[in-house]
Design a protein. Structure first.
Length: 260
C-alpha cells in the first residue's frame, strides 16, 4: 500500500519502519516540526512536510499517529481526499473520523514505543476496526503484513484495553521510577531491582497476575506495612499511594494473615 503518516513521534516512527520493511511505500510524513518530519522521512524514503495544505491525495491510506486531543482537529485536513483515514489511538472513538468521512478505521498498536529502543514488530498486537467489512479486511491485511498478532477490536473494547494498558504499563513504569528514587536516596542502584522485575514479568507469561501476587499486603502483614509507611514519613503522596495499593491488594485477595 501507499501510506501517508501524520505524525513523527514514537508510534509514527516504529509504524513507518515496519511498513517500509514489509514493502509498503511511505508517500509523505507530516509533522508540525520540519526537522522531525525530515528525519523520519529520510529513513523511510518519503516526502517531509510541515503544513497541512501540502498533504496530497497520492496515497491509499492516511494514518494519524498524533496526540489524542489533536485527532479531531486534524481530520478536516484529510476528509476531502476521499481516502481511508485511520488513527492509532487506544482512547479515541472511530466516530470522530466518521463525522467527516465514511472511510474510517482504527489501527491501534498495543505496545510501549521509544524511538531509541528497537523491537520486533511481528510480536506487537495490532487492534483494528473498520467502518465496514471491506475496510476492516483491508486493515486486517495491512496489519498482518507487519504483525503476527492481529485482533478485531471495536471502539468500546479498545477503550477498556487502553485503560488496562495504562494500569499494566504506564502506572507500573511510574512505580519502577519511585523504586529507583527510593534506592538512590540510600545510595543504592536500580540494577538491584532489575532481576526482581524480570522474574515478576516472566511469571505472568504463564500465570494469571492474581495467582502470583506476593508481598506484605497479600499476607496482610500490618507490622511491615506500618513500618513502610513510617519510612515514607514526609512523603504524603507516596504514603497515600502505598496505602491505596495495599488496601486494594488486600480487598482483592483476602488471604489469611501469615499466608504467602
Amino acid at each position: 500500500m501507499r501510506i501517508t503518516i501524520i505524525g513523527s513521534g514514537n508510534v509514527a516512527t516504529h509504524l513507518s519502519a515496519a511498513f517500509k520493511n514489509a514493502g509498503h511505500s511511505i508517500a509523505q510524513v507530516y509533522s508540525r516540526s520540519m526537522h522531525n518530519a525530515a528525519l523520519l522521512a529520510y529513513h523511510v524514503g518519503a516526502e517531509a512536510i510541515d503544513k497541512p495544505e501540502d498533504i496530497n491525495a497520492d496515497t491509499d491510506i492516511f494514518i494519524l499517529a498524533i496526540k489524542d486531543d489533536a485527532i479531531p482537529a486534524f481530520i478536516p485536513h484529510l476528509s476531502s481526499f476521499d481516502k481511508l483515514i485511520v488513527h492509532t489511538s487506544g482512547a479515541v472513538d472511530m466516530q470522530e473520523i466518521l463525522k467527516l468521512s465514511d472511510k474510517a478505521g482504527v489501527f491501534y498498536p498495543l505496545q510501549t514505543f521509544s524511538k531509541t529502543k528497537e523491537l520486533n514488530f511481528w510480536d506487537v498486537p495490532l487492534c483494528i476496526e473498520g467502518a465496514d467489512e471491506t475496510i476492516t479486511k483491508t486493515l486486517e491485511e495491512l496489519a498482518r503484513s507487519i504483525s503476527n498478532n492481529v485482533y478485531r477490536v471495536n471502539s468500546a473494547q479498545r477503550k477498556v484495553l487502553h485503560l488496562a494498558a495504562v494500569f499494566a504499563c504506564n502506572f507500573t513504569n511510574h512505580l519502577y521510577g519511585i523504586g529507583e528514587q527510593l534506592l538512590a536516596g540510600s545510595d543504592m542502584s536500580f540494577d538491584m531491582l532489575r532481576p526482581l522485575i524480570a522474574e515478576t514479568a516472566d511469571k505472568i507469561k504463564q500465570h494469571s497476575p492474581a495467582d502470583v501476587q506476593t508481598g506484605p499486603a497479600i499476607r496482610n502483614d500490618e507490622f511491615t506495612m506500618q513500618a513502610h509507611l513510617q519510612m515514607l514519613d514526609g512523603k504524603p503522596g507516596l504514603q497515600e499511594l502505598y496505602t491505596l495499593l495495599s488496601q486494594d491488594i488486600i480487598k482483592n485477595h483476602n488471604k489469611p494473615n501469615g499466608d504467602k
